[in-house]
Write a protein that binds this ligand. Sequence first.
Ligand code: NAD
Length: 369
Amino acid sequence: MPSYNILLLPGDGIGPEVAAEVEKVMRLLDEAGIGSFAVERDLVGGAAYDAHGVPVTDAAVALAKAADAVLFGAVGGPKWDGVGYAVRPEAGLLRLRKDLGLFANLRPAICYPALAESSSLKRELVEGLDILIVRELTGGVYFGEPKEVVTLESGEKRAVDTQVYTSGEIDRIARVAFDLARTRRNKVSSAEKRNVMKSGVLWNEVVTAVGRADYPDVELDHVLADNCAMQLVRRPKQYDVIVTDNLFGDILSDVAAMLTGSLGMLPSASLGAPNAEGRRASLYEPVHGSAPDIAGQQIANPLAMIGSLAMALRYSLGRGEIADRLEGAIGDVLGSGSRTTDIAGPGRNAIGTAGMGDAVVSALKARLD
Ligand code: NAD
């Protein structure tokens, strides 16, 4: 039986509540003989700050580097609003992303048929939607230098952010997108603003060159990022994999997220470069935050966290068929009418966090038998 070394970082707020449910799923996979899941736990975010004065310790970062996959809950909350900028809870996640070199952020937007009514778009536009946004995570305008606010001689202030990409950075994110497209419907749409930005021109050139040289079997099209935003709400099912930079990816992935209904449903993955053995550092987390408004009430939806485990099974543990079954189990549970408060809609009874976790475990059990 293959064994997997998982680091679980529950974090703050609803993080520990949803993490408890993903542990149940791993326990089932272990008991069912799918794999031996050795799960280590550590603190991150405000919880780590309270215990150690830092939002993630060097020891936790070392565990994350050694793990086959990191499962991360959520960090932050009003309790830590006053702590120093460098040690705020979110800095723990940023350090993990940086130290693990997680340059590729994968955000699927899948619309389960049972939830098509929760989308802000018409059912026929979103039912069966399955797109994947691949966002460059460590470059671009969020990190480019200079990045400053200066006071001019006139007394006016001037703010500068710098959009900067090297061909190497574009090449490696393009390859992630092409590789993933091969496991899906074999189509990549690359979004940039080559009409007004030099970085967009280079982005377009490099993605085209990588596609021609090494992925001639994958269909590639180019779309201006603003048009992509429009197309995502007009006809989202035209897309398979969308690859884009840090800024556009931030925006486009939030648009895509809302197509599917609730924040509580959305998993994500962040991947690093493969090492000599082909293993990538990786961190899987729900898109939502620590939801302090509902923390401690056992009403959070654990499906984004459980969906993050499905992504880990597919992208880090080489168990795509088990990932399919886990996602199928989530679909079964939703199809049977079980809902947490966030997806229940008016007039429908809701179950709690543990109830939803238990329902996924029994549906998965049925799919494993
Ligand atoms: P949030 O995602 O925590 O919550 C937004 C809204 O969605 C809230 O009403 C919340 O109750 C609801 N919600 C979120 N997840 C849910 C779930 N699983 N089930 C049901 N409802 C859910 O965003 P926010 O309120 O802007 O931020 C709260 C804290 O989380 C802040 O400290 C923020 O910095 C932090 N945050 C952390 C991360 C992360 O850890 N990656 C991401 C975003 C925000």
